[in-house]
Design a binder for this molecule. Sequence first.
Ligand code: IVH
Length: 692
Amino acid sequence: MIPAFLYGDFMVGQDTAQIVSQMRKFIQLLAQHNHAYYVMDQPTITDHEYDQLFHQLKDLEQQYPDLMQSDTPTQVVGGKALAKFTNVVHAVPMLSLGNVFNRDDLYAFARRVEERLPGQTIHYDVELKLDGLAVSLWYEQGTLIRGVTRGDGESGEDITQNIKTIRNLPKQLHTQDGVIPQLLEVRGEVLIPKSGFERLNALHERKGEKLFANPRNAAAGSLRQLDPEIAASRPLAFYAYSVAQCEPNHGLDTMHATLQWLTTLGFQIAERQYVCHSIEEVQARYEEIQQERADLAVEIDGMVIKVDDLKQQKQLGFLSREPRFATAYKFPAVAALTKVIQIDWQVGRTGTLTPVARLEPVLVGGVTVSNVTLHNIGEIYRLDIRIGDTVSVYRTGDVIPKVERVWHDLRVEPLTQVTLPEHCPICESPVVMPEGEALARCSGGLYCSAQRVEAIRHFVSRKAMDIEGLGDRWVESLLHLDLLKDVSDIYQLHQHQSALLQLDKMGEKSVQNLLDAIEKSKTITLARFIYALGIRGVGETTARMLANTFPSIEHLRQADIDALKKTPDVGHITAEWIIDFFQAKHNIEVLDKLLAVDFVWEQHTVSSQQPLNGESWVLTGTLSTLTREQATHMLQALGARVSGSISSKTKCLVAGEKAGSKLEKAKKLELQILSEDEFIAFMQSHGQSIDG
Ligand code: IVH
């Protein structure tokens, strides 16, 4: 059973037509993938996904048995065999196994076995569940006569020619005691071990041929080749796991002994196999193998648990198409199917709007997942995900779940399409997303409560208003007391001295220090003030350039896009961000309150202030109007250090003609990049001339 999939809840209140429609969609989709898998050898979904879809349908049919469709695949085994090989009817049908997915299911399997074998001691043969293709091998007088695929379980394809190319498989049986059965039908899995798979794909890559998605696909594709030469060139291997017929009978009592006997005849069996004396021991082996899975030579997708005693196996018999004496114990899902119930937008501390899909809770790799980030609106378009959609949720190596696939074919209309909200869900400021940007943002930077802490922290920081004493803890407490709703409230704090004094550890002295620091911050350069506003794209340097271009904050806020773009370092996108910022109604309110404060605008004197103090700059490419040396001297004169390599500490890259890897790296790190012209303008704005 697939745990925790809440289709039932979802379907409550839905009418019959909708349920039937949903069932039809599942059937159609499964048939399509069955064809792709069995006939075309080109699966477009993973086996796990197939299993998930299959179980969804089964669950639905269990809930609404009256609505079960006559052509449902849950009532037949596997897919149809290919026409191009001769069809062979299996003398003993090749059935499938039931599945268990967790300890409770496993113990329930054991209970069912015990109930049918009262008072008997039960041992379990525990094997790897090999992830390849089941085949049947027919030996007469010790000679391999025929190899047949499982097909639909009743009949399969005669692939003898290809089977005979498999190197680890005996074409002629031999034993030490010389006793060879007249008739032996051995079943097992054909697969390509991991190492062979890597070699095969490497070879294909060198030859520019199509790569295989996984060893299983490679094995399937190889077995279905009509030309045995091709099969011979593939590193196929056969691992035996059961005996369907043996005449005269081998006389062995247990599964385990049978497998050992097969090895004496020349067959290879899987690299691990255990006899367990209790179901608890089976569980322990399962956990152990799960840990060792990556180290095995072959791909496995779980374990197969079989009652070891062959007489007991016979006693237990079969239930419809599955043996009662065996079950597959699959490894936990790393992917699961569920439904999207809502898509919300979260506003981050820097104003980024992130869509989050709310899901019907589903177990993925042992963890319940009910939310998954969709990253950005582009991802929503790319996946074409809508409210009501069925999705596969994956958990990758770490713990972050991810929507891997949206099952568009399972849609039952109407579904709600999701668009980018026009207004911030938190503060209702306009949401903006300039062309070429992947992320949408709330433009209410100074006002939005989701961004408040970050906006205040930035505003008071050393390179901005430099208000010492207003650390994170105080900001949080003041926000909590509602004394600080936006940055303009900082300049009203002097009216709340008594409230401040009541704050934890806020003595008279620290309150006074804080108020003094606030007072001191009123004398400020325009550049610092612009920087303090936290306008997207406006770092220290840009702020300084803006302050050089516009004589006051009033001039700046009135500037149109063309005027802004005349500022060195301000391109179209930054200009748009600046306009958005000053147009957002709530920002205007905060700014008006802020400007009511009697700031004293300090003029910065370029030479004494060393504006690039401590900054690391890098020069790259060919500069046409000045030499590297000149550029270096100019930067050093402003206090910058000129470094030969880019790192995250680099403040700015000056990129001349034919800039190469440094430019790429700077872009990757999203560092500030100046063209030669911008660099010269920047230098001029700082009183540096290029003639000298
Ligand atoms: S015994 C009655 N043992 O699992 C079926 N099967 O879902 C008895 N498989 O088609 C099968 N490893 O291809 C058995 N150690 C193993 C297996 C194994 C893989 C596959 C097999 C079969 C499928 C059943």
